[in-house]
Design a protein around this ligand. Structure first.
Ligand SMILES: C[S@@+](CC[C@H](N)C(=O)[O-])C[C@H]1O[C@@H](n2cnc3c(N)ncnc32)[C@H](O)[C@@H]1O
Length: 270
């Protein structure tokens, strides 16, 4: 980076973000975009802080990651699948996106895979704690489950889970908007993040969805706000329609209680 990057260091070293090991390219991308809108570097840094707050969303909640790893190890050592599921449920309940999905889990993946068929290769994009729902997916351990998040402790927790569950530890720490995954997936999950991508960079979903080499792209969006009050159904349909305008990708909607999943068939993966 040609510009002085010390203002960004102050963000990275702040108590809020210190332990997360955020990708440097994320900060750089945000800063360079904000400098175009705010030539004054101080104002640009302030705008980066605001964007980052929304991207990382500490208000959605976090488990204690070290304690979470220990809890998973204990649960697997018990040798009882019900104990493992309970440990995963506990961890998922500590982040709003997965917490809201817990009541849906028994039906969630069977309904999606009824549309897509059973995947052998998954790409879970901006995965959060969602890979901990693997036991509800009804898939074999040979499944290649690629997962991506820019929050390092989350990625490490997921890889610990994968290793304990006998899956390949394919969770990756990366900014998927800047570096879209190249993996050829049968099914890509992009759950509860597309509306937030629009806040980071308006209109960015289209090129991102096009770049993915997935046969099926499952985009989910919340249909209520965090307090459960507002009906966002039409707004989310409009976001998806706008993003895919002119692209001939067939879409099947699967409506769950709190989440609408758009099953988008990218056909040739192009
Ligand atoms: C709202 S949560 C959704 C988590 C998960 N998809 C779910 O529905 O349970 C958003 C997650 O995306 C991650 N994230 C946000 N922007 C990202 C990016 N550009 N690249 C990778 N991960 C990202 C955040 O760290 C967070 O874990």
């Amino acid at each position: 980076m040609t510009r002085d990057n010390s203002p960004l260091d102050s963000i990275l070293q702040s108590r809020k973000y210190r332990g997360l090991d955020l990708p440097e390219e994320t900060l750089r991308d945000l800063y360079e975009r904000e400098l175009q809108r705010h030539p004054n570097p101080k104002e640009a840094v302030k705008a980066v802080r605001e964007k980052l707050h929304n991207i990382i969303a500490p208000y959605l909640g976090d488990p204690d990651y070290e304690a979470g790893q220990a809890a998973l190890r204990r649960a697997f050592a018990a040798g009882d699948p019900a104990v493992v599921k309970e440990a995963c449920r506990q961890l998922m309940s500590q982040h709003a996106s997965t917490r809201e999905r817990i009541p849906l889990l028994e039906d969630f993946y069977p309904r999606l895979f009824a549309v897509t068929g059973q995947p052998r290769v998954i790409a879970d994009l901006a995965c959060g704690l969602n890979p901990l729902a693997f036991a509800w997916m009804g898939l074999p351990r040979e499944t290649r489950y690629h997962a991506y998040d820019l929050h390092h402790p989350r990625v490490e927790l997921i890889n610990t889970y994968f290793a304990l569950a006998g899956l390949a530890p394919l969770a990756e720490h990366r900014d998927i908007l800047i570096s879209p995954p190249e993996v050829e997936a049968d099914v890509a999950f992009f759950f509860k993040e597309a509306h937030r991508f629009e806040q980071r960079q308006r209109g960015c979903n289209r090129a991102f969805w096009q770049a993915l080499k997935a046969r099926w792209l499952l985009v989910s969006l919340p249909i209520t706000n965090l307090t459960g009050q507002r009906d966002l159904l039409e707004r989310q349909r409009a976001l998806v329609a706008r993003t895919m305008e002119g692209l001939n990708w067939p879409v099947t909607e699967v409506l769950m209680d709190t989440e609408l999943v758009f099953c988008i068939e990218k056909q040739d993966g192009a």
